[in-house]
Design a protein around this ligand. Structure first.
Ligand code: ZN
Length: 280
């Protein structure tokens, strides 16, 4: 589901950016918008870093586990084992026994909010070094998610070099005046968009851990099985990805050429989409 997650992250970030600009709440420069979108798209893969493969042979695992070759496969292995340990330590009587930590700790709201807040704090504390590191990791993940075939052909070394170059290039062009809390927000939003995407599939996510739901600490929440999306199925590959791609293009279109809509259309959007938030 890597490409679907990355595309949904990009679409939600661009849609939100457009909504904030449209309602005059928060304006960003084109560079900030591009960086935020890439960070959010990359972060939308992050929760699946708990899906390990075989470190020695380099097979299996989620898209993101291959971002930096064997190194990221090893990190995924550690994260999966750690998540499994947390699951076992906190599970209640009605939670099933598990041997694998996939879709546990990293698929909770608490984890993703904490990662976002942690990144914001790091960027505030350490400035340039932290910002470049965050851009580097998330750009590499975004490349893996959005350009799957290219990334596979290019291999981890090229992906690493391109991401490092893009991180330095982007940092030099970002306005530093108002700090970088938006990076943490983009990472938190990306992670939460990932959870929402997984909730469309049969297994769901233990969204509310560590708060028990119905006598289970790790209750997986999601849509009913009858309407759930099959991972790798036609609905995911064609319908969802096309929808996210169109939403991305539409948001870019609105951000770049906001004047092409007639005034009546602007009034309609303001009335229907923002009536509750802006009081119009
Ligand atoms: Zn997932």
């Amino acid at each position: 589901m890597g490409p679907s997650h990355a595309l949904s992250g990009a679409a939600v970030w661009l849609g939100g950016t457009w909504a904030l600009a449209y309602t005059d709440v928060y304006h960003q420069s084109p560079v900030e918008i591009a960086v935020g979108t890439a960070v959010c798209a990359g972060a939308a893969l992050l929760p699946d870093l708990d899906m390990s493969g075989r470190v020695i042979s380099g097979h299996g695992g989620a898209t993101i586990a291959h971002t930096f070759g064997r190194v990221s496969l090893f990190v995924a292995e550690v994260l999966e084992k750690f998540s499994c340990t947390v699951y076992r330590a906190t599970r209640m009587k009605h939670d099933p026994h598990r041997d694998n930590g996939h879709r546990t700790l990293t698929h909770t709201l608490v984890f993703n909010v904490a990662v976002g807040a942690g990144v914001s704090a790091l960027c505030t504390e350490f400035g340039k070094t932290a910002v470049i590191a965050v851009l580097f990791f998330t750009f590499a993940m975004a490349l893996r998610g959005l350009f799957v075939k290219w990334a596979q052909r290019a291999g981890w070394l090229i992906v690493t070099l391109v991401s490092a170059g893009a991180a330095f290039f982007a940092y030099e062009r970002l306005p530093g005046g108002r700090g970088y809390p938006v990076l943490g927000v983009a990472i938190g939003v990306g992670g939460i968009v990932h959870l929402l995407g997984d909730m469309l599939t049969r297994h769901g996510c233990p969204l509310l851990w560590p708060f028990p739901v119905g006598r289970r600490m790790w209750r997986c929440l999601g849509v009913p099985d009858s309407v759930s999306v099959k991972v790798g199925g036609k609905v995911e590959v064609y319908v969802l990805r096309t929808t996210f791609a169109l939403a991305t293009l539409a948001a870019v279109g609105y951000l770049v050429v906001p004047v092409v809509l007639p005034a009546s259309a602007h009034a309609w959007i303001a009335h229907t989409v923002f009536a509750t938030t802006s009081g119009k």
